[in-house]
Write a protein that binds this ligand. Structure first.
Ligand SMILES: Cc1cc2nc3c(=O)[nH]c(=O)nc-3n(C[C@H](O)[C@H](O)[C@H](O)COP(=O)(O)OP(=O)(O)OC[C@H]3O[C@@H](n4cnc5c(N)ncnc54)[C@H](O)[C@@H]3O)c2cc1C
Length: 341
């Protein structure tokens, strides 16, 4: 048996996004050993410039990650939107002790979190097998067998471990995001971010850097315009009736990338020796701007449950985690339904 490729750990975390890395960081703080497994997938490359609301900053402060996040972000002070023809301009000052939200450079956050964790990170390109005790993966010609007491699905909407265990996923809609990087037009953005509804859904425009903005149009797979959204040259016609979004369309042709953006939750979030976090545990419509907050929250709650199971032998801790996640998802879903009504 080769000790280099046959490894042993208490917790195996699969997925090196915000949720996987924060869970690893929190478990290390509790003295629980981990290994992180990661596979680079197409979606890892898409830059989304996610925003997080002021309410999440106290959570980050409590886990000593506020400075790290702030160093990988610019501050935002509000947002403007036209929702069903009604103009809203909100600043965050009134609502929260933190007077700002953050617009993240997620790549930088991930790279800084990677520097912070001490656990071994193994990249792989092929998942061979998972049993209750051993996970086998392969990187080119090297095969790794990793014995672990617990396995965590942090693979985002890919839900690789949940799929492996054939856990059904409950999907509440067919929302897809069509993302396009565009040179800035002369139109300015007061808060660096704007949302507007259009006839097939809603769209956002968000500053990325000095020269580029990201425009994202959301629509349901079943919508008549859905196929047309894949081609940028159709966007001008599709956005004709918008007040602001159309002003951010430059002339030229640009690549459009599609990403899953539906609301979904697995039928089971935990099992006897596995647990899911972040988007794998519950995926939100991006309109909520709560995907990253959810990744942080799940990691915190999961670290407490794992700690209770390992150090106090508390067999109910995973079920409590599942109840918490279900309650949060129900609350999110009720708010979302009202928004779309
Ligand atoms: C268009 C769009 C806009 C968004 N805007 C916002 C926003 O403004 N604010 C906000 O808070 N959220 C936003 N989100 C949501 C946010 O991006 C996610 O909720 C968040 O990144 C989830 O983090 P995660 O760690 O759970 O998953 P991910 O970020 O998806 O990370 C998963 C990790 O698992 C790895 N992985 C995938 N498959 C495998 C595999 N087979 N084996 C091993 N590893 C694997 C990936 O490489 C990646 O490192 C947006 C999402 C979309 C699609």
């Amino acid at each position: 048996m080769n000790p280099e490729t046959h490894l042993k750990t208490k917790v195996l975390i699969v997925g090196k996004g915000v949720s996987g890395l924060i869970l690893c960081y929190l478990l290390e703080k509790k003295g629980i050993e981990c290994i992180l497994l990661n596979k680079e997938v197409n979606t890892s490359a898409t830059i989304l410039a996610e925003t997080i609301p002021p309410s999440t900053l106290s959570l980050l402060k409590n886990i000593d990650l506020l400075t790290l996040f702030e160093e990988c972000a610019s501050k935002t002070y509000g947002y403007q939107s036209i929702w069903n023809n009604i103009f809203h301009s909100e600043d965050f000052f009134k609502h929260n002790p933190f007077k700002y939200g953050l617009k993240l450079n997620k790549r930088k956050v991930i790279s800084e979190l990677e520097k912070k964790v001490k656990s071994r990170i193994i990249n792989y390109n092929l998942l061979k097998n998972i049993t209750s005790t051993t996970t086998s993966v392969q990187l080119n010609n090297t095969k790794y067998n990793i014995d672990s007491e617990l396995i965590i699905d942090a693979t985002g909407r890919n839900r690789v471990i949940l799929n492996f265990f054939k856990v059904p996923i409950i999907s509440y809609d067919n929302n897809i995001a069509f993302i396009c990087y565009l040179p800035k037009t002369k139109e300015s953005l007061k808060y660096g971010f704007f949302t507007e509804t259009y006839e097939s859904g809603w769209g956002t425009v968000s500053d990325l850097n000095e020269t580029t903005r990201i425009m994202t149009l959301y629509s349901s797979k079943n919508d008549a315009l859905h196929k047309k959204l894949k081609t940028f040259s159709n966007w001008c016609e599709i956005l004709t009736n918008t007040k602001i979004l159309k002003k951010h369309l430059p002339t030229g042709n640009f690549k459009v990338t599609g990403r899953l953006a539906n609301s979904s939750i697995p039928q089971k979030i935990v099992g006897d020796n596995w647990l899911s976090i972040g988007d794998a545990a519950m995926a939100f419509d991006p309109i909520s701007s709560h995907g990253i907050s959810n990744a942080i929250f799940c990691s915190l709650k999961a670290s407490e449950s794992i700690n209770d199971l390992i150090t106090k032998n508390d067999g109910t801790s995973f079920n409590k985690y599942q109840e918490t996640i279900n309650a949060v998802f129900n609350e999110y879903y009720n708010v979302k339904e009202k928004l779309y009504a």
